[in-house]
Design a protein around this ligand. Structure first.
Ligand SMILES: [Fe+2]
Ligand SMILES: [Fe+2]
Length: 361
């Protein structure tokens, strides 16, 4: 019997490697094989996890659950793999950020050149100046030009802010359900960005704009899933509720992978700085971050703060506990946590207003 089981597992592993060979070549995806094997091995077992294959599926009217629709890890994974393997199907990095990154990497670049590149996208300039002049930055004198913002904040900060203010196009979909999810995710991400900058400032870390962007990007992998396979997102959200588990754990069951891994994969394709990739890949397990643990820790806590304050929705029905390693790294105590929560709550509306051009701030 044991031999039979081992044989079956061997066959399953073979099948996983056959079907996902391309993705598994990527070092970031190595860990996925084990999870997929577990999912597959469990599907015929008597103790298959609830929701693994037989998730209740809501009717199109959103009413009572209709008979079970059989969807498993392989189904979603086989839908996701071609998308992850084909750069043309992935969201593309905002072109303005790309052009600006090249410029800001050249030490001989000038503020005027940055302003010239930004001048090609007046809407981004408007958002950038609105953000820099919002109460979140607390500037004594308002900045009226890109060159002025560069002089005041530096190239790197402006580059980060350009990414922040040119990302809204990514959070759009033609599917109304996915679009509503993306809108909530965008709010959640802005909340996380605000909290991340506050946490980094209180911890005394430098280049706080980097943390702002890391917070804004942290759930990028969810965008990929929502754009390419929105059913997988909905199933994961439902499983997280019914099993009282974290969204990323539900994703592992439903998709055989999770948004942190997918986001890191995309971040690498975009050639984002390693610190931002660390925020993408390790924000749920900051203690495991080998590189840039401070970014992983800040984004981890910021995600929790944004969730706890109920800013938008990330699909995660529960606020996770704060990781011990992150808590230690950030010298977190009750007073500091309260300060972070209170400041995020009061600063968020102005930033949302600046980025989205609404009038809440
Ligand atoms: Fe996440
Ligand atoms: Fe999140």
């Amino acid at each position: 019997m044991i031999t039979d089981a081992l044989d079956a597992k061997g066959l399953v592993l073979e099948e996983v490697h056959r079907r996902f060979a391309q993705v598994l070549e990527d070092p970031l995806m190595h860990g996925v094989a084990g999870e997929v094997v577990e999912c597959l091995a469990a599907r015929d077992g008597e103790n298959a996890p609830r929701g693994h294959l037989n998730l209740p599926f809501e009717g199109a009217d959103g009413g009572a659950a209709t008979p079970v629709k059989k969807i498993g890890a392989l189904t979603f994974r086989s839908a996701l793999v071609p998308i992850l393997s084909d750069p043309a199907q992935l969201p593309s990095i905002p072109i303005l950020y790309l052009r600006l990154s090249k410029l800001t990497q050249d030490p001989s670049s000038t503020a005027a050149q940055v302003a010239e590149v930004l001048g090609t996208d007046p809407a981004s300039v408007t958002r950038l100046l609105r953000l820099v002049n919002s109460p979140f930055y607390g500037l004594r004198n308002p900045v009226s030009s890109v060159a002025g913002a560069v002089r005041l904040l530096g190239f790197d900060a402006v580059n980060s802010l350009v990414l922040a203010t040119s990302m809204d196009g990514l959070f759009k979909s033609t599917s109304p359900t996915a679009s509503a999810r993306m809108e909530q995710l965008w709010y959640h991400s802005i909340g996380c960005a605000v909290a991340a900058k506050i946490i980094a400032s209180l911890a005394g870390f430098g280049d706080v704009e980097q943390y702002f962007v890391a917070g804004l990007l942290h759930d990028l992998g969810k965008l990929v899933v929502l754009r390419s396979c929105p059913d997988a997102f909905e199933q994961s959200a439902r499983l997280a509720v019914s099993d009282e588990t974290q969204f990323a754990d539900a994703e592992n069951v439903v998709c055989g992978t999770n948004h942190a891994l997918i986001g890191a994969l995309l971040g690498n394709r975009w050639s984002l700085p390693p610190s931002l990739v660390a925020g993408l890949s390790q924000h749920h397990h900051p203690g495991q971050a080998k590189a840039h643990p401070e970014v992983a820790a800040v984004v981890h806590l910021a995600d929790i703060v944004s969730l706890g304050l109920g800013i938008g929705s990330s699909g995660n029905p529960f606020v996770p506990p704060i990781d011990n390693a992150a808590s230690k790294l950030l010298n977190l105590d009750a007073d500091r946590l309260k300060a972070i929560i209170d400041t995020t709550e009061s600063e968020y509306p102005a930033v949302e207003s600046a980025i989205l051009g609404t009038n809440k701030g």
